[in-house]
Design a protein around this ligand. Sequence first.
Ligand SMILES: Cc1cc2nc3c(=O)[nH]c(=O)nc-3n(C[C@H](O)[C@H](O)[C@H](O)COP(=O)(O)OP(=O)(O)OC[C@H]3O[C@@H](n4cnc5c(N)ncnc54)[C@H](O)[C@@H]3O)c2cc1C
Length: 478
Amino acid sequence: MATPPRRGRAVIRCSCNDRRDMRTIYRSDPPWPHRVLVLGGGFAGVETARHLEKLTRRRDDIEIWLVSRENFTLFTPLLPEVCSGMLEARHTVTALRAQLRRPSSWAVTADVQRIDLDGKQVTVIGGDGDPHRLNYDTLVIALGGETATFGITGIPEYSVGMKTLADAFALRNRIIEMLERADLEEDPAERQAQLTFVVGGGGFSGVETAGEVEDFVRRVRRRYYAKIPADGPQGHIVELNDRLLMEMPEGMGEYAAEKLEKRGYRIHTGTAIKEVRADGVIIGDGEFIPSRTVIWTGGVRPSPTVRESGIEVDKAGRALVSSAMETSREGVWAIGDCALVPKVGEEGAYHAPTAQNAVREAKQLAKNIVASIDGRVRDIRPFEYRTIGTLASIGHRTGVGVVFGIRVRGWIAWFMWRGYYWSRVPGIGGKARVALEWGLNAVFGSDPVQLKVDYPGTAGMGPSGTRRSRPRSTDPRA
Ligand SMILES: Cc1cc2nc3c(=O)[nH]c(=O)nc-3n(C[C@H](O)[C@H](O)[C@H](O)COP(=O)(O)OP(=O)(O)OC[C@H]3O[C@@H](n4cnc5c(N)ncnc54)[C@H](O)[C@@H]3O)c2cc1C
């Protein structure tokens, strides 16, 4: 397997024991197919790969490789529902391999470490902990973003994020842990801190998470934690801007704030989180809120690998691309949350980092890549798209949004939100699972099962085995 790298041929160790299997699938002798290497298995990366497959289904001169840290795509709009148990974690993800259809496409589960633009090579670390080099002819960077903490003391140590499946899982466990402890606690001050939930950031994900948390706590408290009084659980939303939901027109944030206040949240707009501690959070001019659960949704920054690659980036580290989504390097394209895609005809305006934009960008990008490979320069077109609208769920079967310029709110907005995102869940099987689970939850409600699945770092296979993890090399050989 340790073949030296050659043009158009990747060197990778995979779990496949029989190399002959791979030979039958991937062409290993010259002339090599043109390899499009897509980095990132989120909305942007997967949709690019899928559209490329469609456009090249009758061709064998192009192959697609998709590399991502996890072997699935996370459907982020439904992520807050994982922490409330409204949806099972597995039903918000779709396996990468299930989304690629062509035998010449390959999904690789590995962490992208380094992009060598001159050598046209990407170094990844796979599950074995060893570095592997992947060659490419065309590169798509769709690495998305990660939680940004803006250097606020204590956020990495004491808060929970809301960006990954692990975040949602950790938050659910934390909430249940707090209810269990509060049920036993005799000190009223300590109990109140356990029952106080602080959300940092009042954008889409902050408001949606706050709504789900309140919904979940209210439902399970009533049914399973009778010793906790109804007015025990409290919530705070801390937002730096003057209103919630800055992504939406004025009025929508105010509506969300009013609804959340009625359900027990204190809204602190124009207020910064100054420090998070083990026993609470300091906000604004020094107000201290005792709390054991701080949820941080206040910022996302592009994957640092984008800046490190050497392509031109903006101050935040997002790839600067043309309206056709090509970076400062020919043959290297970037889309989604990690790129700054200019709006055609609007000087200085850029497409927002949303899933909705990412999937549309991907469709155009796939066309542009095929046109570029074929040398049809005239067919490389800018990305143009007008957003249909935006919708947010704020829990309690309530939502807000703007659709085709019309403002909607309340139950109808929530219903539209659910309908729209349900229609976007990949595959008929995925749709059926989500619909069934929503239905079952509406009838039987949520339960407070706390699945503690963390293994101690040094435990290897953990309690079920004795194997110890090997030390991993992070020093790329490339
Ligand atoms: C809680 C929440 C709710 C949201 N709700 C909505 C909504 O309702 N509507 C909407 O339009 N948008 C919503 N968004 C935003 C939306 O999720 C993003 O805009 C969208 O996911 C961007 O897609 P992407 O492919 O660019 O990035 P991502 O989805 O972040 O995908 C990037 C992928 O790259 C992988 N990756 C990153 N770094 C590496 C590396 N070094 N090596 C290997 N793989 C790597 C990641 O694991 C991930 O799979 C929400 C986001 C969150 C967090």
